[in-house]
Write a protein that binds this ligand. Structure first.
Ligand code: 13P
Ligand code: SF4
Length: 366
């Protein structure tokens, strides 16, 4: 989806960092309790230092739901800001500092192709037995789709609980249609004791997902053919290279990584989980982390007693998270001080109502 962020007014992109920092601090002070800044762990340090709360997507959705601030400035990506809008009250406004901060994985599934898949599935199997689960990294319209069809949202920190819940919904033959990240879906199914024969990849560009009728009927998991380009870069060869150099080292990976990487890792979990695991590590440990580089770098900086490195020695930034910078943050805050709301993210009420059902199911399950 193309979302256009107009260029910033003069004076923002050319201002030195110290000037932007002073302006952000002054705007925060002026807005007081009316403002809450949420920061996802992949944000740059120049942004993250201003966050009133940091978290993974699950943690931030809870913070947004609990916030009473009039303005929630979401330093993250579009789907996170949409979820925050859905979970906050009608008088609260959610702002994304750069409208081009999307998520390429979320864009790999849209309502039209998911509805088409559902229709195709209904032509060969009983869709009453299918529970659709969407990863948080998806548009509000897809969260609404699953809300309407008895499904739920999940995040990387609660996928196991949500998928277990889904499997208990429709009897012993329940199937799960999981989108848009095939890797999180596959890793979760393996965690629950399923094997490769229970899963099939649904390719939205092919007739019947590129599958035959028997495969659709025989699969417990239909995994949408989507992925995160940042996490898909990590390969088993990176784990092997790290282990040969650091036989005592620890490998921690995000569940958006491919299953062959997850299998070789010592630990797997959400960004919050990764942070907690590094916090608990024994002094002197060497830890390779497979996730976005800003988080890995922050962990390395915050733990001088450890050696924290990226599992892939070549840097893996999320280019859309990176779009949020101090200049955009200063701009949206100074506009708020002037009484102008820019870059508000809104979800229409009909979509929001169904999406809220799916998000609330997730919050209730976990
Ligand atoms: P977390 O929920 O683990 O923070 O992940 C969000 C994300 O976009 C990872 O790529
Ligand atoms: Fe999306 Fe991947 Fe970036 Fe996460 S890291 S926001 S899944 S593109």
């Amino acid at each position: 989806m193309i979302r256009l962020q107009p260029p910033l007014p003069e004076g923002y992109t050319t201002s030195p960092g110290s000037d932007l920092a002073r302006r952000i601090a002054a705007a925060k002070e002026a807005l007081g309790d009316d403002l809450m800044i949420l920061g996802h762990h992949y944000q740059r340090d120049e942004v993250m230092r201003w966050a009133d709360a940091r978290g993974d997507s699950f943690g931030l959705s809870r913070k947004a739901a609990a916030s009473k601030a009039r303005f929630v400035v979401f330093c993250g990506v579009h789907f996170m800001a949409e979820s925050a809008d859905i979970l906050t009250g009608p008088d609260q406004k959610v702002i994304l500092p750069d409208l081009n901060a999307g998520c390429s994985m979320a864009d790999m599934a849209d309502l039209e192709s998911v509805e088409e898949a559902w229709d195709e599935l209904s032509s060969v199997t009983d869709v009453e037995e299918i529970v659709p689960i969407t990863y948080m990294n998806s548009a509000a319209a897809l969260k609404a789709f699953v809300g309407r069809r008895g499904g739920a949202v999940c995040t990387s920190s609660n996928a196991r609980a949500v998928v277990s819940w889904a499997l208990a919904q429709r009897g012993p033959d329940t199937k799960v249609l999981f989108f848009p990240d095939q890797h999180l879906g596959r890793n979760t199914a393996y965690q629950l004791g399923f094997n490769a024969g229970d899963m099939a990849v649904w390719d939205p560009r092919a007739d019947l997902g590129g599958l035959d009728e028997a495969t659709v009927k025989g699969s417990r998991f239909l995994l949408w053919k989507g992925h995160c380009s940042v996490h898909q870069r990590f390969r088993p060869s990176h784990v092997e290279a790290f282990r040969s150099e650091h036989p005592e080292g620890v490998v921690i990976v995000h569940p958006e990584c491919a299953h062959d990487v997850v299998e070789l890792a010592d630990m797997v979990g959400s960004t919050d989980f990764i942070i907690a695991a590094v916090d608990k590590a024994d002094p002197g440990s060497t830890i390779a982390v497979a996730t976005e580089i800003h988080l890995v770098q922050r962990l390395a900086d915050e733990h001088p007693d450890l050696r924290v490195v990226s599992l892939d020695p070549l840097i893996c930034p999320c280019s859309t998270m990176f779009r949020i910078d101090a200049a955009h943050l200063a701009w949206v805050l100074e506009e708020l001080v002037q009484g102008r709301v820019v870059n508000q993210i809104t979800v229409d009420e009909a979509t929001a109502a169904d999406a809220r059902t799916a998000l609330q199911r997730m919050l209730d399950i976990t």
